[in-house]
Design a protein around this ligand. Sequence first.
Ligand SMILES: *[C@@H]1O[C@H](CO)[C@@H](O)[C@H](O)[C@H]1NC(C)=O
Ligand SMILES: *[C@@H]1O[C@H](CO)[C@@H](O)[C@H](O)[C@H]1NC(C)=O
Ligand SMILES: *[C@@H]1O[C@H](CO)[C@@H](O)[C@H](O)[C@H]1NC(C)=O
Ligand SMILES: *[C@@H]1O[C@H](CO)[C@@H](O)[C@H](O)[C@H]1NC(C)=O
Ligand SMILES: *[C@@H]1O[C@H](CO)[C@@H](O)[C@H](O)[C@H]1NC(C)=O
Ligand SMILES: *[C@@H]1O[C@H](CO)[C@@H](O)[C@H](O)[C@H]1NC(C)=O
Ligand SMILES: *[C@@H]1O[C@H](CO)[C@@H](O)[C@H](O)[C@H]1NC(C)=O
Ligand SMILES: *[C@@H]1O[C@H](CO)[C@@H](O)[C@H](O)[C@H]1NC(C)=O
Ligand SMILES: *[C@@H]1O[C@H](CO)[C@@H](O)[C@H](O)[C@H]1NC(C)=O
Ligand SMILES: *[C@@H]1O[C@H](CO)[C@@H](O)[C@H](O)[C@H]1NC(C)=O
Ligand SMILES: *[C@@H]1O[C@H](CO)[C@@H](O)[C@H](O)[C@H]1NC(C)=O
Ligand SMILES: *[C@@H]1O[C@H](CO)[C@@H](O)[C@H](O)[C@H]1NC(C)=O
Length: 831
Amino acid sequence: MFKPNGLNLLCLLSLHQVAYLLADNLQSAGPLEDKVFYLEEGKVGPQYLYRFTFQPPTSSVRLTGETDSLIEVTPKDGVLIVKGPLDWEYKTQYSLQVEGLDQNSKRVQGPYSIIINVVDINDNAPQFNKSRYFGEVRQHSRAGKPFMYVTAFDRDDPSTLHSNLSYSILHQFPSTDKMYFQIDNVTGAISTTETGTKNLDPTIRNDFVLVVTAKDMAGQSINCFATDTDVSITVLENVWKSPPEVLLMENSTKPHPMNITHVQWNDPHATYQIQPIEKYPIELPFTVDQNGTVYVTKPLDREEKDYYSFSIFANDEEGDSLAEPVTVSVRVVDINDNPPVCDEVLTKFEVQENEKVGNLIGIVLASDNDEKGSLNSRLKFRLLDQNPKIPQDNLFRIELGTGSVHLFKSELNRQVAKTYYLEVNVTDSVFSTICKVQIQVIDINDKIPIFEKSDYGTVIVAEDKKKGSLIFEIQATDADEPHTGSSQIIYTITKGDPNNSFTILTDPNTNIGAIIINKALDFETNSVYNLTINATNPEPLVTGIKYNSNSSTFLRVHVANVDEPPVFLHPNYIVMLDENVTIGTNVTTVKASDPEGYPIRYLLKKNNRNWLKIDPVNGHIYTAAPLDRELNHTYIVEIVATEQSRPSKSSVVQLILHLLDVNDNPPHLVNETVFLCHPLQRDKSAKFEIADRDSEIPKFTYSLIGGLYEDNWIISKVDDNHASITPKNLELEEKVYDVPLKISDNGRPPMEAVVILEVNVCRCVNDRCFMEINNPNPFPTVGATIGILVGVLLVIGVILGLVFLHMERKKKNEQNITPVAIRPSELNALT
Ligand SMILES: *[C@@H]1O[C@H](CO)[C@@H](O)[C@H](O)[C@H]1NC(C)=O
Ligand SMILES: *[C@@H]1O[C@H](CO)[C@@H](O)[C@H](O)[C@H]1NC(C)=O
Ligand SMILES: *[C@@H]1O[C@H](CO)[C@@H](O)[C@H](O)[C@H]1NC(C)=O
Ligand SMILES: *[C@@H]1O[C@H](CO)[C@@H](O)[C@H](O)[C@H]1NC(C)=O
Ligand SMILES: *[C@@H]1O[C@H](CO)[C@@H](O)[C@H](O)[C@H]1NC(C)=O
Ligand SMILES: *[C@@H]1O[C@H](CO)[C@@H](O)[C@H](O)[C@H]1NC(C)=O
Ligand SMILES: *[C@@H]1O[C@H](CO)[C@@H](O)[C@H](O)[C@H]1NC(C)=O
Ligand SMILES: *[C@@H]1O[C@H](CO)[C@@H](O)[C@H](O)[C@H]1NC(C)=O
Ligand SMILES: *[C@@H]1O[C@H](CO)[C@@H](O)[C@H](O)[C@H]1NC(C)=O
Ligand SMILES: *[C@@H]1O[C@H](CO)[C@@H](O)[C@H](O)[C@H]1NC(C)=O
Ligand SMILES: *[C@@H]1O[C@H](CO)[C@@H](O)[C@H](O)[C@H]1NC(C)=O
Ligand SMILES: *[C@@H]1O[C@H](CO)[C@@H](O)[C@H](O)[C@H]1NC(C)=O
């Protein structure tokens, strides 16, 4: 008997048609017996279902059971009639009995069971549980996170599509280019779309109305019922936002962890999680508790780090974040916790005897680590002490705000004092530090430096001379007091070197000036430098004396051309290539040029595998042999560029060829032999490893080849690169079996290999396989020996002899009997 499969509408329809045919034509007739009928609900008017036929002694039939005064059978004709419409929603099945009666109304047949199943038609529209829905959503809620549900139901048969509802949004008011809201067609969950999450803003518009439709027939038929409902949505402000920047005093003495600010998700029950934004070398000194209170865990040091910024996530119960994280910024406020520091332990100045009152002698330099530009790092300078105080105190004055020292009295005299020591009190608003100053009184600077030559002529320098090399020495002398600013000489190139190709360093003891190459020279750019060099003192000259031509000299530098090797355009060449490219594939083109413009030739060196060739003239590099990543995945060769006529002038760069993997190797067995103990046991298997020379670790698939092997063995996968073999036939004897396997990798395209796994079924002691190394053909086992003894009496002597012989040899060779095998992993597999 066929039963209606509610989900299979087609099947159902054909069933109905059958029922119609039966009813309409009354063709269907048959003897009294158990029957089941299917009848669609809602049919108006009497329907003839079936005619029961009968012969005497039965002369009439009778129907009993749930007839509901709707179902009857004509007693004489035996016609089963349904008089009015059935209703599935009221009753889905009628259970009746029919019996055959004789002339005396005595039962002679039956009773037989008659079941009438009512078949549902889609005659109910979906209904929403509420006439109107109200919902609230926070601005910036995570897209797709439901904030409300609508539900509808349909009274039709739940096992059919008639009550399978699908939800959709018909309209959104006000409408927007892209919908702000979406509904889950199955659950009725309403959430915001990505667009909605971005654009919803209660200050612009806080109320929306959605018209939501529920359709039966899973919404997939035009012959379905649909019902609408209105959903009013209020958009609420989002309290999940970044708190204002926190100002935190450094080096706080308050107890820690210290509450500094607070974040709050829109609803309770969120959990909070802190995450650094920048990379900190140290652990982030902040935490957040489950109420959203943010704490600093220890006193901070502004001089170490003055600004922190981190994210806080609000997560739901599953740990998924509810929205974008908020950012908390903490600025560490400076307190004056750093004293001023003198730049020099002893600051040294020089002053000439005849220095004018008010002239600047020098500046005392000090610094403070507290915040720049704040009062905490503002320094003040005060003169504490002058030593000696002759001819009087206060010969010098220091400016409070800058630390610049000026001459205050014009009473310097080298006969009275050659050196003065000052103590300067440098203070910020809290701390003070004493900086020491030495002032040396020097002779007046009334002599100018005089060059030993007014023209040094020409010096020739090769263009490839290294930067920093000495090219020439010059000398001027000064008759003022030695080792003071009046006699020290500063050499300056005043003309002829616009690009500062040279510098001149002065030896403080001899005043010799060393001319040094400051920037690489190049004959091709500039081959002659006409240098004018002036010599001066660091101290000013006394009035009336001036530098003149005696403190000026000339030097010509001729740059000599050197034949330089060719120069490559790039310091190296890196190329990636599939390993399976055809021979002759272009790899790259290199280019070098010769500074002198001579023609160039290219060649390759360290081309160990001869995989590459280069065109000597134009620098094209191409493949000359099949490449193989598995042989060498990074192939490094040297490219040499030489001058055609002078091969000694050459440059070398590297070509680094990265080969990209192509699946061109079939999988193989790492070890072809496995061991299993004899007699075989069903739960003992042996593991073996498969490898693939291609780079990725492939996933392998295995199969046995041939029915014979399938009867004896089972191959099963252990992990990505291991499989195990288990005996199926436990009767297999002790020997080595060659089991062919087909292994494929999952590369594109896949590679497949047929390999032979040698399964050594061997005699074991303590689960270890033993083999007598001297004895490749083992002697008969004891059992076999007995068989032979019983069977062939005649050869007893021989056999015994053999056994004894064997035992003899065994004794002799005791040391030679070695347990063979078996890596520990295989032992594990055996046990
Ligand atoms: C909706 O109404 C139907 C019928 O009254 C009921 O079975 C169902 O539980 C209701 N669903 C909800 C979510 O209230
Ligand atoms: C319901 O939604 C899913 C995914 O959004 C879609 O694949 C499916 O076709 C929809 N079903 C109906 C009946 O619209
Ligand atoms: C912090 O303050 C204490 C006392 O105010 C001071 O001794 C200490 O040096 C300060 N630490 C830092 C790192 O500034
Ligand atoms: C954190 O500090 C704020 C402001 O001082 C205060 O209102 C709040 O109660 C404190 N929270 C906790 C958990 O101490
Ligand atoms: C969170 O707040 C509640 C109520 O104010 C308080 O009882 C609880 O201790 C707080 N939890 C934490 C971790 O501070
Ligand atoms: C330096 O000046 C500060 C502030 O005026 C003062 O407190 C301190 O005593 C002075 N130091 C000395 C050594 O006089
Ligand atoms: C450099 O000096 C020489 C001779 O004094 C002169 O012939 C030449 O033109 C000068 N060159 C430059 C670039 O000034
Ligand atoms: C270099 O010395 C010469 C000769 O005294 C003078 O004419 C010229 O101005 C000086 N150049 C500079 C830059 O001082
Ligand atoms: C190299 O291998 C890839 C992937 O297997 C294939 O698509 C390509 O055609 C091969 N190239 C050559 C030159 O064989
Ligand atoms: C390889 O390079 C040569 C020289 O530039 C060029 O003629 C040829 O077309 C290139 N071949 C390919 C396949 O790009
Ligand atoms: C791969 O090539 C590099 C450089 O060409 C060489 O140093 C290395 O030994 C090679 N490796 C193998 C496995 O051949
Ligand atoms: C394979 O297994 C045998 C026996 O355990 C062992 O002697 C041999 O060294 C193994 N070979 C490899 C390549 O691991």
